[in-house]
Design a protein around this ligand. Structure first.
Ligand code: GAP
Length: 515
């Protein structure tokens, strides 16, 4: 099945099984805004819990905060977001559709890559085992021609972006003959800069109201609280402050479901350290964060680092952790060494001294910062993309199963009375009443047992417990495992131990090695 079709299936599965709904669905939705349903919220909460505990519980020197979404407007002047948090936009006059100029050009680059890949795939099919891909790419005239066009475009594009040359971006679009995907026309406006922050007004009357922004990242709430936390918590460097919260960006090209949203959630941690030690911590966090992802068992090959060559002016190192989505390797998380830029900027704009007094060195200085920043929704998407599986069974039927990492599953255990009578529902409820204190347990009595198994498979429930007539005599149940569909007879008294061991967040946390 084409990867595009797989992705469409994942999106509709999310809606059908109560994971993600379009926002305000009865009004036909709101672009790039989504609601999480009864199963989605559980999965999302488990992701957040895993992240929070790995940061705040496993690291003695990391504490959490929960800062407000609204912040003093000067915050965003100091951070650079008012002046520089922009995307280059272009409109098509015929379709009246708006695009990001850089995305149109990136799509064009991807087209050259696709053309080359197609040539390679065709040749690989023709030559079979004797095919030497590297040699083919070096010598085939059509591949070489597309590679040349790609490289020239890439160099021109990078230079235009670096020098913020909007006329050149438009010229590239014209020279490449890029057309509007809707109207098919080349009737483009000029390219303009567009700030991604949403603004609103705070204040009771129109006269006294002033413009404020919805935060585009949670990080600034941590920077402005650096002194509050350091002093009240008597924190010594190095130490970190973690936060989970909503962020808002007026994304122009909102695509790929919850990958790029206008309202989303971030899990960010700012790690404050002595200047000169930041590269050591950058490397520590780079490795720790990858280990965090890998501990979930979603395949080490599905992750890669993407080190940034071109750094923001305040950063001295940056890398992304990318995950193999159905639409290619994509950024899930960023790790950035941000020097003392943010604290210094806030010192300058607030007029307050924001320094750390180091008792060992007997001096004041501005700490350096290493940031880890991951989107909850993107993490959610990696988990869904990895887990969605369609299986052909021996009897010829198809099973859709979400092979979720067990500790992240919304429901850990479903208790199913074989029939909805003869005291079985009551016995099942008794089991639920005990297990529900330890992990998310549900009861389902309607429909055939086969249909109920399928429904639980589709939401990724790792364990089903079937209560039958014998249970009333021997206090044993049938435990069914989601991935293997294997069934075993176990005493009710053992259920908690067997299941808890596999589904607790602690079981993944234990795989993480903390310095
Ligand atoms: N404080 C640094 C910062 O915000 P970023 O690379 O802009 O850095 C960090 O964002 C992470 O937030 C990304 O790696 C991604 O997971 C998530 N993210 C950013 N924009 C997003 C959007 N529009 N929709 C969903 N997630 C987003």
């Amino acid at each position: 099945m084409a990867q595009e079709d797989v992705f469409k299936k994942i999106v509709s599965h999310c809606k059908e099984y109560g994971f993600v709904f379009p926002s305000s669905d009865i009004y036909d939705g709101l672009a790039a805004v989504y609601d999480y349903g009864q199963n989605g919220v559980e999965l999302k909460n488990n992701i957040k819990q895993y992240w929070w505990q790995s940061m705040v519980l496993l690291h003695n020197n990391i504490v959490g905060i929960d800062s407000a979404i609204f912040m003093h407007p000067t915050t965003w002047k100091a951070s650079g977001h008012v002046d520089a948090f922009n995307d280059p936009l272009i409109d098509n006059r015929d379709s009246k559709k708006r695009y990001r100029a850089d995305v149109l050009i990136e799509d064009q680059l991807a087209k050259y890559e696709e053309k080359m890949d197609k040539e390679v795939a065709k040749a690989a099919k023709k030559f079979g085992d004797s095919f030497d891909e590297a040699k083919f790419r070096e010598t085939n005239p059509r591949v070489l021609e597309n590679q040349r066009k790609h490289d020239e475009l890439h160099a021109r594009f990078a230079e235009a972006m670096e020098s913020n040359n909007l006329e050149e971006l438009k010229q590239i679009i014209i020279d490449e003959g890029i057309v509007c995907p809707i109207s098919g026309s080349k009737n483009w406006t000029d390219v303009r800069q567009f700030n991604l922050m949403f603004s609103t007004e705070i204040g009771a009357s129109a006269d006294s109201a002033s413009k404020i922004y919805l935060r585009p990242e949670t990080a600034q709430g941590i920077f402005v609280n650096f002194l509050n936390v350091q002093k009240t918590g008597r924190m010594k460097l190095p130490f970190g402050i973690a936060q989970i919260g909503k962020a808002f960006r007026n994304e122009i090209v909102a695509r790929q479901f919850v990958f790029r949203m206008r309202e989303f959630e971030q899990m960010e941690m700012q790690f404050f350290c002595q200047p000169g030690t930041e590269m050591e911590w950058f490397n520590y966090w780079k490795q720790y964060r990858l280990a965090w992802h890998q501990a979930l068992g979603m395949g080490n090959d599905n992750y890669r680092y993407h080190d940034h060559e071109k750094l923001a002016h305040y950063a001295n190192a940056a890398t992304d952790i990318e995950f193999r989505m159905p639409f290619g390797f994509k950024e899930v998380e960023g790790i950035h060494s941000r020097t003392d830029f943010d604290l210094s900027q806030h010192e300058k704009y607030s007029g307050r001294q924001i320094k750390y007094f180091d008792p060992e060195r007997n001096e004041n200085y501005t700490p350096y910062v290493v940031e880890t920043s991951i989107g909850v929704d993107r993490m959610f998407l990696t988990v869904m993309c990895h887990s969605y599986t369609e299986e052909q069974l021996e009897n010829g039927s198809t099973r859709v199963v979400l092979r979720l990492p067990e500790p992240l599953a919304p429901v850990k255990c479903a208790v199913l009375p074989l029939v909805n009578k003869d005291g079985l529902p009551e016995k099942a409820q008794e089991i639920v009443n005990d297990l529900k204190f330890h992990f998310n347990t549900t009861i389902e009595a309607k429909d055939t047992i086969g249909k109920r198994y399928r429904r639980q498979d589709a939401i990724g429930t790792p364990f089903c417990v079937t209560v039958d007539g014998d249970t009333l005599n021997d206090n044993c149940v049938t435990l069914r495992h989601r991935d293997t569909m294997e069934q075993e007879r176990v005493p009710i008294a053992k259920l908690r131990e067997i299941i808890e061991d596999r589904v607790s967040i602690t079981s993944v946390l234990k795989k993480l090695d903390v310095k």
